[in-house]
Unconditional design. Structure first.
Length: 307
């Protein structure tokens, strides 16, 4: 008797978990590149270029042929929102707030996604999902929080803008996804974000607001490219493909896994964890399992898994 394929909803959840793993591991890679003296805005452009290249190769290998449409153009424009604008605002915000304050603000992203999903998508959020997200937020704070959270109002506003851009991206992408190939959608978004990043980095360099800070050697170039492929290419591909069959609120409830995967990657590279971080990681994982189980226990959102 042939094996029965798992329901598409299970595959969608696994794709979203894979996306969080890519974001977590990609964050560690990006930090290593920044530690080699590469400027943040330059790194964004290099990473998006590498991401666009690997997605183009994937389209050729899988023989995906995008069909131009107004919806695809709108979806592509969302790439300017995230990772383009969101990343730029986040960098600017970090100039005047501490990393701990940034963590506190970014921890609100799942809640914001849930609120937007209710307003824009008319999703009904199960109490169990809400409880799971709150538990996950506590876990994230245990994993990443450092004492001394502070910052001025400008930095807080910029960071809130970055968080809002990411949340809007998730909800709007979920709303606009129809029959377009997930791979084609992500490539279009990455190309739009790449153009935005080049303009921002070039403007910052010309005006003297920031140095280009290009990679100094081939190894750094390779590491920057690898981080872009993981953090932007594969992560967004998996996220959009998973988002096709899962409510935006459920997708948001899995995002707290990102710092846990980042923590795991750092641990493999030699970082040591304290008891509080282990506890936080366990809370996040349990909350993510609970949120996924809550979704899988309901009738799956209709949608097809595609390339």
């Amino acid at each position: 008797m042939p094996a029965v394929s798992p329901p598409s909803s299970y595959r969608h959840v696994l794709l979203l978990v894979a996306a969080t793993a890519c974001w977590g591991c990609g964050t560690v890679l990006s930090k290593h590149v920044l530690g080699r003296g590469v400027a943040p805005l330059t790194l964004l452009a290099v990473e998006l270029a590498a991401s666009s290249l690997v997605l183009t190769l994937a389209m050729l290998l899988l023989r995906v042929r995008p069909t131009p449409s107004p919806a695809l153009v709108t979806l592509a424009a969302l790439g300017i929102l995230n990772p383009g604008l969101a990343y730029a605002l986040g960098l600017l915000g970090l100039v005047s707030i501490t990393a701990s304050m940034s963590v506190l603000l970014w921890a609100t992203e799942p809640i914001l996604i849930m609120l937007l999903a209710v307003v824009l998508l008319r999703e009904r959020i199960a109490p169990a999902t809400t409880a799971a997200v709150i538990t996950a937020m506590v876990g994230v704070l245990l994993v990443t929080y450092r004492p001394g959270a502070s910052g001025d109002a400008t930095g807080v506003v910029l960071t809130v803008g970055a968080v809002s851009a990411c949340a809007c991206y998730a909800v709007l992408t979920r709303r606009l996804l129809l029959d377009d190939s997930s791979l084609a959608v992500v490539l279009a978004q990455q190309l739009a974000a790449l153009c935005f990043a080049i303009v921002v980095a070039g403007t910052a360099s010309v005006t003297g607001a920031a140095e280009l800070g290009l990679p100094a050697d081939l190894a750094t170039w390779a590491l920057a490219a690898a981080s872009g492929m993981v953090y932007y290419g594969f992560a967004f591909w998996f996220f959009v493909a998973g988002l096709r069959g899962v409510p935006a609120s459920t997708a948001g409830s899995l995002l707290p896994l990102v710092p846990v995967f980042g923590l795991a990657a750092g641990y493999l590279l030699g970082d040591r964890l304290i008891d509080r971080q282990w506890l936080g990681a366990v809370l996040v994982i349990l909350a993510a399992v609970a949120a996924a189980a809550c979704h899988l226990g309901d009738r799956p959102v209709t949608g097809r898994v595609d390339r």
